[in-house]
Ligand binder design. Structure first.
Ligand SMILES: *Cc1c(COP(=O)(O)O)cnc(C)c1O
Length: 464
């Protein structure tokens, strides 16, 4: 058998990849034409590819690499745990130290009475758990008809059947349909949907869509509302200040569980341990993954409040679990990752130091002719691209054309920045230095300049 490794010529790697590897969320036609970029190593916030490029990772992998690449202590903990106990399950009244220690640590970090953790392998799986747990909870209380969950358009809650259904990505719903008894309301995206309203008016209006939906469906049929404190994959949508307090009022009033999907916001990204603290809400359940292990190993879970955990714990078996729930290696690595975040005060660093610096630098892009607004909270930010700042206008070209072209310029300048439609988004590792932030923004500006010149030359600066 031929040995394939990082010394294999890039073209050969790309050919094998194209022949055998089906990629998630990829523009397949473009991939076939160009070949995939092969990432080979990483250190801190820097990626290396097989062609010798050094690339600044402005997305922390997929929003997960909170403590940065190349942390030896995480490797050591994984190796030790693999030698001691590489696997055992947590079904049928057994446990092991990594899982219980991690659950206790998460309970300590989580606010209020969020004291219980159900482990999963990913954020999507955790949201599957949430869907089942919410329905089981209400059923146990003698209210089986309270099975509807309300989510939001353009929300992202993962890619499994439940995660995709709870989310509000039309392109995903279109490929096979969604689970029954899940409904969606509008998103608090003032910039593109707020029209002439002030952000505050619009935030209230969008929150009140929840109340209207509950009244339309019947409060006795609605079990939970799910939302990301700040939408991530939807384009880093930071809601107006009026939005979450009104949502909280409504879920309290109608006795509906609140699920905060903290998969991106959790573990420091917004400048608090959890985005719910930044937004001032009190969820009954939090979805976690990504930053929980900084992506070194796959792990996710649901942090559950006393009230829900008590009902779930008292009503026989919850017939649910994953082979890898609380996997010992993943748990040990996650625990060490949390120790690093705490010891290096990364959450405080985002809140008081690198977050404010990044906000200032990121905000400086607002004067660029292509930029309609810049938004950032902690270390998750976005830029709206527009052909006309005053009117918050959209482009005449199909949505995403300009974003895609801008992302291509970022890639060419060795910066990973994603686009969502015609919005650019950023979410660097929490350990990014001041110099690296300045470099990131410099490369972003250069990419915007090049994109602008190209769009102008191709006559693509027209408003819709
Ligand atoms: C990434 C993400 C998920 C899904 O997590 P996976 O680990 O990819 O399954 C769920 N919710 C949010 C908010 C996410 O960003």
């Amino acid at each position: 058998m031929t040995v394939i490794n990082t010394n294999t010529p890039t073209a050969e790697l790309q050919a094998l990849d194209a022949a055998h590897h089906m990629h998630p969320f990829t523009e397949n036609a473009d991939l076939a034409r160009k070949g995939a970029r092969v990432i080979t190593r990483a250190e801190g916030v820097w990626l290396n590819d097989s062609e010798g490029h050094r690339i600044l990772d402005g997305m922390a992998g997929l929003w997960c690499m909170n403590v940065g690449y190349g942390r030896k202590s995480l490797v050591d903990v994984a190796a030790r745990q693999m030698q001691e106990l590489p696997y055992y399950n947590t079904f049928f009244q057994t446990t092991h130290v990594p899982a219980l220690a991690l659950a206790a640590k998460i309970a300590e970090l989580a606010p209020g009475d969020l004291n219980h953790v159900f482990f999963a392998g990913s954020g999507s799986e955790a949201n599957d758990t949430n869907l089942r747990m919410v329905r089981h909870y209400w059923q146990s209380l003698g209210k089986p008809e309270k099975r509807i969950i309300i989510g939001r358009n353009n929300a992202y809650h993962g890619s499994t059947m439940a995660g995709m259904s709870l989310g509000g990505m039309g392109g995903m719903h279109d490929q096979g349909g969604i689970i029954q008894d899940i409904h969606h309301i509008g998103q608090p995206h003032w910039y593109s949907e707020g029209g002439d309203m002030t952000p505050e008016e619009f935030g209230l209006m969008r929150a009140r869509e929840l109340e209207e939906k509950i009244l339309e469906l019947g409060a006795d049929r609605v079990g939970a509302f799910i939302g990301e404190p700040i939408q991530g994959a939807g384009g880093v949508i930071i809601p107006p200040s009026t939005y979450w307090p009104e949502i909280q009022r409504i879920v309290d009033k109608y006795d509906i569980l609140l699920i905060a999907d903290e998969v991106i916001c959790g573990f420091g990204r917004t400048g608090n341990w959890f985005g719910s603290q930044t937004m001032g809400i009190k969820p009954h359940i939090m979805t976690i993954a990504k930053g929980l292990s900084s992506g070194y190993v796959p792990i996710g879970g649901s942090i559950v409040c006393d009230k829900v955990a008590e009902v779930v714990g008292k009503n026989g078996d919850f017939n649910h679990g994953y082979t890898y729930s609380g996997h010992p290696v993943a748990s040990a690595v996650a625990l060490e990752n949390l120790r690093i975040i705490q010891e290096e005060k990364l959450v405080e660093r985002v809140r008081d130091d690198i977050g404010p610096f990044m906000a200032e630098q990121w905000g400086s892009l607002g004067d660029h002719p292509l930029v309609g607004e810049t938004r950032i909270q902690g270390l998750m930010g976005s830029i709206a691209l527009t052909p006309n700042k005053e009117k918050r206008a959209k482009f005449a070209s199909p949505e995403g054309t300009v974003g895609y072209r801008t992302r291509e310029r970022c890639f060419a300048n060795n910066l990973v920045m994603r686009h969502v439609g015609d919005r650019m988004i950023v979410s660097p590792p929490l350990v990014i230095t001041h110099d690296e932030v300045a470099e990131l923004v410099k490369r972003a500006r250069k990419s915007l300049d090049e994109a602008y010149a190209g769009l102008k030359a191709d006559g693509l600066l027209k408003s819709a």
